[in-house]
Design a binder for this molecule. Structure first.
Ligand code: NAD
Ligand code: IPM
Length: 349
């Protein structure tokens, strides 16, 4: 029995995660070896407005007893984004040392892409998830004057860079053996050369992997023009975030892409979510694309050791999209409910 903590969060988060839970329940009904138990936690911006906290003080302790965490999205205009994200998602990633943020990208059947007629991408973005540019070290000086300054440190540790880079080399070795390191060492003169140095050092352990470094700006352009040229990309927290959103869009829409926040040691639960946010502009309208959340549910099943069920869920999603049941962001006219029902039906019958 796998116990899953469900945090819908804000905006379309509860809508897409609700869809994902129904799909997981259907996968379990169709497979007697798959036993799942869900517990829901009403944390997010509403919780903040009522209680002054995005989640209770002992939330990590509560979550630590679960096998995995399934999250929708965090953030709503009534609470500043840095308050909501640093009050819920980022403390979970850091507190559980989920240092790998894995974002697979592939063009699903039935999804139109700006790449029509060209080689199709199938790649993995490995993003550092606990340090780098996402640091709380910094401050503001001379507030309220024309000389005001905001300073924020980027923290790159040898341990942090080595472990994410090594993880990426390992994934590349299992795949097509190509690894690209995203850097910006031409402009950022201390942390990025440090990243490059470690990327090359760790590479000596992987002679079978063809590895190269690319400046993130050039890489971003190449990802739009020729994403099929890449296999695994590894980047710092910020660069990995931006590059993975580009690859998602190139594969159709950001509503499709999943994200696994992993503690590869298995000491803490890992967290699975779509890459998109709470989309306040469409929340409550029933049109949110549940594909990213459903794909994330498939990654969670795989992580929990149910590889076959994971493939069935992703297969059912892909057949649904290929069958023309698609939300408006993919050019369709189906709602969240219709897509969810079609995926559930494919799993059950
Ligand atoms: P967003 O991803 O929420 O939305 C960007 C655009 O994509 C919007 O037009 C939205 O309608 C569309 N979109 C996103 N997901 C979609 C889906 N599943 N189906 C159809 N359309 C979809 O990004 P944003 O507007 O920059 O952020 C909104 C809020 O979400 C902010 O508070 C932000 O901080 C937060 N956010 C949270 C996460 C997270 O929890 N992991 C990730 C990104 C943004
Ligand atoms: C994501 C989001 C978050 C991040 C934000 C909302 C803090 O963009 O999950 O990718 O940058 O990690």
């Amino acid at each position: 029995m796998a116990r899953i903590a469900v945090i819908g969060g804000d905006g379309i988060g509860p809508e897409v995660v609700g869809a994902g839970v129904r799909v997981l329940e259907a996968a379990a009904r169709a497979d007697s070896s798959l036993e799942l138990e869900f517990e829901r936690f009403p944390w997010g911006c509403e919780h903040y407005l009522k209680h002054g906290r995005m989640m209770p003080e002992d939330a990590l302790e509560t979550l630590s007893s679960f096998d995995a965490i399934y999250l929708g999205a965090v953030g709503w205009p009534s609470v500043p984004d840095h308050v909501s994200l640093w009050g819920l998602l980022l403390p979970i990633r850091r507190g559980f040392d989920q240092y790998v943020n894995l974002r697979p990208v592939r063009l699903l059947r039935g999804v139109g892409s700006p790449l029509a007629g060209r080689a199709q991408p199938d790649l993995l973005v490995v993003r550092e998830n606990t340090e780098g540019e996402y640091s709380d070290a910094g401050g503001r000086l001379h507030r309220g004057t024309p000389h005001e300054i905001a300073v924020q440190e980027s923290v790159f540790t040898r341990r942090g860079v080595e472990r994410i880079v090594r993880y990426a080399y390992e994934r590349a070795r299992e795949r097509r053996g190509l690894l690209t390191g995203a850097t910006k060492s031409n402009g950022i003169s201390v942390t990025m050369p440090f990243f490059d140095e470690i990327f090359r050092e760790v590479g000596e352990e992987f002679p079978e992997v063809e590895a190269s470094l690319m400046h993130a700006d050039a890489l971003a352009a190449r990802l739009v023009l020729d994403p099929a040229a890449f296999d695994v990309i590894v980047g710092s927290n910020l660069l990995g975030d931006i590059l993975s959103e580009i690859t998602a869009a190139v594969c159709g829409a950001i509503g499709i892409a999943p994200s696994a926040n992993l503690d590869p040691t298995g000491e803490h639960p890992s967290l699975f979510e779509p890459i998109h946010g709470s989309a306040p502009d469409i929340a409550g309208r029933g049109v949110a694309n549940p594909a990213g959340a459903i794909w994330a549910a498939s990654l969670m099943l795989d992580h929990l050791g149910h590889g076959e069920a994971a493939s069935r869920v992703l297969g059912a999603l892909e057949e649904t999209l290929a069958g023309g049941v698609r939300t408006p962001d993919l050019g369709g006219d189906a709602g969240t409910e219709e897509v969810t029902r079609a995926v559930v039906r494919r799993l059950l019958f």
